[in-house]
Design a protein around this ligand. Structure first.
Ligand SMILES: O=C([O-])CC(=O)C(=O)O
Ligand SMILES: [Mg+2]
Length: 493
């Protein structure tokens, strides 16, 4: 890839400044300004991307509350993609919690009140007759690699959020770009608005979604099927990512479509895979076997004597002192994973789990937490067992390999690679999973493992040799990052 990729763009003047894909703001060169009619539309000085990022970071710092930072970044995403992604990439650990969990949960629950500008695609039950037309309005002629959709029945741990679910679709696709290098012009974020059973939203006169109770049963299935068939017809090679559907539908929809299209259900497969990687890493520390573990998702600790406690209850405090102490009586290094999101819904805080087990617990959480103090005074780093450590790589690997399905064996290959990168395998008192600051490298490794597995098992659509996979993935992984240096010329690309 040349360090200065060149694109042909058929927009001019105001149109190019209001296109987030092409807008470069003060980074337009003098040649570009002349060619696109921008000389009188911009102040004189040409800034580098570094300078733009510095300015934007200062502006961001001026906003104290995380939600204000979130809305600032949302506006920036509407204005200038390269700046938005470059800024976040430079402050990954600080800004991912702003555009993703936990802050995005607040943005979603306040969606109708914070609403300024539409984002992504809204497909609404009463407008289903025009679904294909609406879909093509936004996608015709576009190459689309990834579609993230949500019906918002079970957003993070905050439940039914109706039309606000668009926020999780756009956040998840931004993470694909940031952590795996997916080109955002080839992604589509969709909300499937089938109503909401959240009475607060229904009672809110400013609610911008369809003010109706959730459609269920056959009508719901038909609506979802209509959408899936459109995806299959117009973008047969895309990856279709389902996010935050209710438990009653999530697994059912996955089973229904997984043999027909490359579908991925993040909260089943992504969360499952990152948790598996985390447990593999912990089992590496305890020098036991995965098959020797006793898993408990909620309670019954005395009876079962679990070695692994997994929290996905969204009940804060569910892992009580009694439960945790009881567990620690029966195992040397209890593996405790309070995974509910966002942070305020965790079943136990890492510091409590550490204190109640005299520093023996191996801990990972679903949202970011600060390190806790071990009894010996050392810091214990809390791994973030969030599916973002793996799903961008799973999806990117499957997409690059043009895999017709995302098989369990591909997912396990990704989980195994992630577990191999765990710091705890070098030092048993270190984090169970890699640091989020390393998430781009980690997802790159996951993508390679997934694509290699797809090739090995014959589900890939490309005819790469296994030994070439790493180089191929690297080339694509870097492509989007190189856009910070892009030049544009007049014409059609
Ligand atoms: O989005 C996240 O942070 C993880 C996730 O999928 C969920 O909690 O539903
Ligand atoms: Mg989710």
């Amino acid at each position: 890839m040349s360090p200065e990729p060149i694109f042909r763009v058929a927009l001019r003047g105001e149109e190019i400044l209001t296109s987030p894909r092409w807008n470069k703001g003060t980074a337009f060169t003098m040649t570009e300004r002349k060619a696109f009619g921008l000389t009188g539309r911009l102040p004189y000085r040409v800034n580098s991307l570094d300078e733009q990022c510095d300015r934007a970071y200062d502006q961001l710092e001026g906003r104290d509350a995380p939600l204000r930072k979130n809305t600032f970044l949302q506006s920036m995403r509407d204005q200038n993609w390269v700046l938005y992604y470059s800024l976040i990439s430079r402050h990954l650990k600080e800004l991912i919690p702003i555009i993703y969990t936990p802050t995005e949960a607040d943005a979603i629950s306040n969606y109708s009140h914070l609403f300024r500008r539409s984002e992504g695609m809204y497909l609404t039950f009463p407008s289903q007759d025009s679904m294909e037309e609406d879909f093509l309005e936004q996608t015709k002629g576009r190459e689309i690699d990834l579609i993230v959709c949500s019906d918002a029945e079970a957003i993070l741990g905050i439940g039914d959020q109706g039309v606000g679910g668009i926020g999780i679709s756009t956040a998840k696709s931004a993470i694909y770009t940031l952590l795996a290098g997916m080109d955002p012009s080839k992604t589509l974020s969709v909300t499937l608005d089938v109503g909401t059973n959240n009475e607060n939203l229904l009672d809110d006169r400013l609610y911008v979604g369809w003010p109706h109770h959730r459609v269920r049963g056959e009508e719901y299935d038909k609506f979802i099927d209509k959408f899936v068939q459109l995806v299959r017809k117009h973008h047969p090679h895309s990856l279709l990512h389902f996010e935050d559907f209710g438990v009653g539908n999530a697994k059912r929809l996955l089973d229904l479509y997984r043999d027909k299209h490359a579908v991925f259900k993040d909260d089943v497969q992504g969360t499952g895979a990152v948790t598996l990687a985390c447990v593999m890493s912990a089992v590496g520390v305890t020098k036991t076997k995965l098959t020797d573990q006793r898993f408990v998702i909620y309670e019954v600790v005395k009876k079962v004597r679990p070695t692994v406690l997994i929290g996905c209850s969204t009940q804060p405090g569910a892992f009580t002192e009694e439960i945790v102490r009881e567990m620690a009586k029966h195992c040397e290094r209890p593996i405790i994973l309070p995974l509910s999101n966002p942070s305020r819904l965790h079943e136990v805080t890492p510091q409590q789990a550490n204190d109640w087990t005299q520093g023996k617990a191996l801990i990972a959480t679903g949202s970011p937490f600060p390190a806790c103090k071990m009894p010996n005074g050392k810091d214990y780093i809390i791994a973030e067992c969030n599916n973002a450590l793996i799903y961008p790589g799973l999806g990117f690997g499957a997409m690059l390999a043009q895999s017709r399905t995302l098989t369990d064996t591909m997912i396990i290959a990704g989980a195994r690679r992630l577990a191999q990168l765990a710091p705890a395998l070098q030092d048993p008192d270190d984090a169970l999973l890699p640091d989020f600051g390393d998430a781009p490298t980690v997802n790159f490794e996951v993508a390679v493992a997934v694509a290699e597995q797809a090739i090995e098992e014959g589900s890939a659509g490309v005819d790469w040799k296994k030994e070439d996979v790493e180089a191929k993935v690297r080339e694509k992984h870097c492509e989007w990052a190189a856009l910070g240096n892009r030049r544009i010329r007049e014409g059609f690309s």
